[in-house]
Design a protein around this ligand. Structure first.
Ligand SMILES: *Cc1c(COP(=O)(O)O)cnc(C)c1O
Length: 406
């Protein structure tokens, strides 16, 4: 057997992306015991770091072990009891995921939809809240399936006015786009590392405010022999997952350190590094870097004569959808990019499958050289496939963005 040997890909799809080198190094650190004081102090440090990443004072800010959907599932199954009403505005694939998870929790799921490529007006959401009177509003902030970015800043006040809890999945957007958890009055947010935070998938940072915590604490839970069923005193139904039982996970991360799962220490080391990378470079600087890379990619795509997907006014900074031109075999282009240039771009799901490529500029890869390599390579494979385009125009257009000419 040979040691691991993977090609040096440049991952320019909608995630995962190449990790920041410091994240990879941290993840090869030797372990200590789960309750070793150095380990628990790093857990506390990670909580403090992610409060800054989320722009929140929430004490309950920690990691759910698992990919991003572990964070989604923890929030939804811990909050929603069977029969509880949840409103889910859907503008892409991940909205459907929220709905599916809520359905499995036996919640009464109400959805509203806009066409892919658009986002909701806050008024549409308020109207639906008035009609449905849900316990929870659950919505995605940035949906990589459509590249769209849902404005959230007005939804917090709407939710408070109607006594509705407000959860968002900000996995795709955090780091590359604004997210103000406290200022926007979001009660619970979960994310993942593998987009603009520049880490691998496998850890889901989450933050919960007091409103959300008191909702999940009301749910009784038992762990045979260790806890009594009314430990947190509730008439509610027990949370239907042990692994994603937020009160248990909070007690494990809290001062009591009540045993739950074995912390995924290696992922914690990686998560810590992702947060430090963001905070050291500065949230504003990282945001600007994503804006610049995203804009350069967009201008390059336009200069090639390709058409971007969706309402560009609401495009996330970190990913662009590109209509596959007629008479071009989209999968052949992706194959050639990978085989010849070691560059991966994304395909699409659902209604966009076979019609749209998705090109990401996220985290470590939100860099000028990565953008230029991708544009030049895409231009070359398109030209070789017989798609006529002006040689060099894409790179020139992207460089003009970087030199501040547009
Ligand atoms: C990419 C993405 C995820 C990823 O979920 P995983 O469980 O890590 O695969 C979740 N939510 C959104 C909105 C995403 O764009």
């Amino acid at each position: 057997m040979q040691p691991l040997s993977l090609p040096p890909r440049l991952l320019m799809g909608p995630g995962p992306i190449n990790c920041y080198p410091r994240v990879l190094s941290a993840m090869s650190t030797q372990l200590v015991g789960q309750y070793d004081p150095t380990m628990t102090s790093y857990m506390n440090e990670v909580m403090a770091l992610y409060r800054r990443v989320f722009n929140t004072q929430n004490q309950q800010t920690f990691l759910i072990d698992g990919t991003s959907r572990a964070g989604i599932e923890a929030a939804l199954v811990s909050c929603l009891e069977p029969g509880d009403k949840v409103l889910i505005p859907i503008f892409g694939r991940f909205g459907h995921l929220l709905a599916e998870i809520a359905e499995r929790a036996d919640a009464e799921v109400h959805t509203i939809e806009v066409p892919w490529g658009e986002v909701f007006d806050p008024q549409q959401i308020e109207d639906a809240i008035k009609k449905v009177q849900p316990k929870l509003l659950a919505i995605v902030q940035g949906d990589t399936s459509t590249t769209m970015f849902q404005p959230l800043e007005e939804l917090g006040d709407i939710c408070r006015a109607h006594d509705v809890l407000f959860y968002t999945d900000a996995t795709a957007s955090i780091g590359g786009n604004p997210l103000e958890v406290d200022a926007w009055k979001i009660d619970a947010v979960s994310v993942g590392l593998q987009k603009c935070l520049g880490g691998p998938s496998g850890s889901a940072p989450i933050t919960l405010n007091d409103r959300f915590v008191s909702c999940v604490r009301k749910r009784a839970h038992v762990e045979a022999g260790i806890r009594d069923a009314h430990h947190h005193g509730s008439s509610g139904m027990r949370i239907r997952s042990n692994y994603f039982d937020l009160p248990m996970i909070m007690d494990y991360w809290g001062d009591e350190r009540l045993n739950h799962h074995t912390e995924a220490a290696t992922m914690l080391f990686g998560s810590r590094e992702c947060a430090i990378q963001l905070l050291n470079e500065g949230q504003d600087a990282v945001l600007k870097r994503h804006q610049l890379a995203g804009n350069a990619m967009l201008q390059g795509v336009l200069a090639m004569g390709l058409m971007p997907f969706g309402n560009l006014k609401h495009k996330m900074n970190n990913v662009v959808g590109v209509h596959i031109p007629v008479n071009v075999d989209g999968e052949k282009i992706r194959h050639d990019l990978l085989a010849i240039f070691n560059i991966e771009i994304g395909t699409s799901f659902g209604p966009l499958k076979g019609k749209v490529w998705r090109i990401g500029t996220m985290g470590y890869n939100a860099r000028q050289d990565a953008v230029l390599h991708t544009l030049q390579s895409l231009e070359t494979v398109l030209r070789r496939a017989g798609f006529g385009l002006p040689a060099g125009a894409a790179v020139d257009a992207a460089m003009a963005v970087y030199s501040g000419e547009v």
